[in-house]
Ligand binder design. Structure first.
Ligand SMILES: [Zn+2]
Length: 252
């Protein structure tokens, strides 16, 4: 039974309550990994009862992640967190990670649209060629919003992003061939601006190479890519609406 419930899957707090009645050992002894697929933003999930859990998977399917994630009680023992199908990262969402997972060592986020820290807009990625995985070491590679908010996590060692992208063979995309601009999730418009404006480029690159604030134990930041489709016609930017919740974010 312990092996069977090593990874336990719950959709809501009611699932957890039922499991407690039938098999209280799931929470007290057996579960080492938890997978939640919340379908209600107001559901309050108490994971403090899972005393031996080390890794937690949160899969969002249309539920607004910031609201839902804020309803998860602090998980001191959880050192790995995987967030799946995250639509749009926000400042409250990052703060909720910092609050709920104080011992976090590894954070993985599979996101639909990266959050550009230069223009504060979530964007679909477009490349003319399939990008290769990018791995940064030595404490660099986080977007500035992530670096600032997660800097309070003393043990955070690894952050892995995976992002969907579209192939667009038309002109106007920015490709990551040599990654000389140290891409960290910026949108195409901002990367093209960085390429053409020398003063802006030097300023941003200096901050990327020596971030003033970041998680103190951070060693690895990895960006990988999942192709989502191919764009045949020349299209304008796929920018989403700007997220008003991020107003407190300052300049770099
Ligand atoms: Zn941008």
């Amino acid at each position: 039974m312990e092996a069977w419930f090593f990874t336990s899957i719950f959709r809501c707090s009611t699932d957890v309550e039922r499991a407690q009645v039938l098999f209280p050992q799931i929470a007290s002894q057996w579960a080492r990994r938890l997978c939640f697929t919340p379908n209600n933003a107001s559901d309050q999930i108490d994971i403090t009862i899972f005393r031996r859990v080390r890794r937690i998977f949160l899969e969002y399917n249309g539920v607004k992640s910031a609201l839902c994630f804020g309803n998860i009680t602090v998980a001191v023992g959880a050192v790995e967190l995987d967030i799946l199908n995250n639509c749009a990262t926000s400042l409250p969402f990052l703060i909720s990670i910092r609050t709920a997972f104080p011992s976090l060592r590894v954070l993985r986020i599979r996101q639909v649209m990266p959050w550009c820290h230069l223009c504060n807009i979530h964007n679909f990625l477009e490349f003319s060629r399939a990008p290769q995985t990018i791995t940064y070491t030595g404490g660099v590679g986080l977007p500035i919003h992530f670096a600032r908010v997660l800097s309070a996590l003393q043990h955070l060692h690894t952050v892995e992003f995976s992002s969907a992208y579209f192939l667009n063979r038309n002109a106007g995309t920015y490709d990551l061939d040599d990654n000389s601009l140290l891409w960290t999730g910026e949108c195409t418009s901002c990367m093209l601006l960085l390429s053409s404006d020398e003063e802006f480029r030097d300023e941003i690159l200096a901050k990327k190479k020596s971030p003033i604030i970041r998680p103190p134990s951070l060693e690895i930041v990895r960006w990988s890519f999942l192709m989502n489709g191919e764009i045949e016609e020349c299209s304008s930017s796929s920018e989403s609406e700007e997220d008003g919740e991020n107003d407190e974010i300052g300049d770099l």
